[in-house]
Design a protein around this ligand. Sequence first.
Ligand code: KIV
Ligand code: ZN
Length: 519
Amino acid sequence: MSSAKPRLYIFDTTLRDGEQSPGCSMNLKEKLLVAAQLELLRVDAIEAGFAASSPGDFESVREIARVVRQATVASLCRCLTKDIDAGWQALREAVRPRLHLFLATSPLHMQYKLKMSPDAVREQAAAMVRYARNLCPEVEFSCEDASRSEPEFLYRVVEDVIRAGARIINLPDTVGYAVPEQYGDMIRGVLAHVPNVGEAIISVHCHNDLGLGVANSLAAVQAGARQVECTINGIGERAGNAALEEVIMALRTRPDYFVAAAEVDTTRIYNASRSVIIATGSRVQPNKAIVGENAFAHEAGIHQHGVMAHAGTYEIMTPESVGIPRNRMVLGKHSGRHAFESRLTELGFHLEGPRIQELFVEFKVLADRKKTVSDEDIEALARGSAAQAEELLKLDRFVVQSGNDIPASCTVFVRKQGELLHHSATGDGPIDAAFKAIEGVLGFSLALENFALSSVTGGEDAQGEASVKLRAKDRLYHGHGLSTDVIEASIKAYLSAVNALLSEEAYAARIGTAAKAEA
Ligand code: KIV
Ligand code: ZN
């Protein structure tokens, strides 16, 4: 949709700032699933990771740079040549690559973290932007902790890096300290006092420590910022980043007020949000604006009556405008592969033939168990399978015994490369017994960090969706499982987290071997 207003660029950092927050790590498959949803949403830029931070991050940035066709793909870099080189190596196949450099400019960060004088910071920032510009056509520079920087010093750094070739200048509220009016004034100050500011786009990046991330971002837009950095579901360091869906829907719902407009497809918001939940295993609270399960639910009778008489009485935007699916019962056990495939495509999943066939088999099993299969069921199947790590261990079958006056026990049969392994265990309830039985099969224990169970739809035969987070060697691995049987969903979720761990070990072993071979 084009608009006469100035364009606001949306820079999504779910895969970098979001992914680096506790409990939100994603493997490559999960990141690719989210990146595909971000493309459908038509964000302007995707920050794919921090290529120099680990071999896994490098690989993710490189793969995302290869597959994304429309959006700019960015990699974060410290102001160090080795980071910039790694970022560029990972990005070079991108259609629109961007190196995103950052260096702190607040007195606190310069003195205690960087241990650099203000003059040295200015020199390093300009030198590294010049270095990056020699490699990459587009460079963004972030003045980390800009909202706590001395205004005069900030103006000079911004002027230097624009002269050195940066074309996007980001002024983050790194610690979520700003308040809207003051933050807007900071943007106005930069626009008024930096002589060459017309050569760059001013960007903002607000953390949510005081719950003001979205408000600060919007105040900055009114003050002249033309790029907002944000994340799906607001995930990110500590209390998170400004939530993309809230920024976008505020602009879309109040065009009478806001001076700029974004060009994203809002009807893709819900799917993007769900894909991040599946990929990270981190749910959103029910009353979360735009994507929470109660965001469009009207409970009070007086509200329901009003909405029935005229939706506008209590609804400032429609569920359809953010892509929340209606519970359309379209497919059942007699539906054929063709109908299933077209439904998948309508829901935004473009999968390869063999994946569709695998999903179709799962769909048939589900259709046998459930009276009706809704869009939500199909989406859950498709999103889940797209994010699954390689299935090194696969559930064959399980037997469970439990009651309120006997100890719960479970025997789990698992296939590992054709071999059928099994183990029995007792536990504190059937799910605990099942998890212990899997540990028995593995021959080692894992720390269960989080376990959640919810239903995909309403009704007695609803599918249960289980999510499991396991901790091993200071890393979190998550998995999810779907079934009309909650114990089966839980076992599948546990095995999928184990598979994420085992695939990463296999990947690390491959990288180790490759590194040795090169040496
Ligand atoms: O919060 C922050 O300042 C950042 C920068 C690295 C952009 O994430
Ligand atoms: Zn940040």
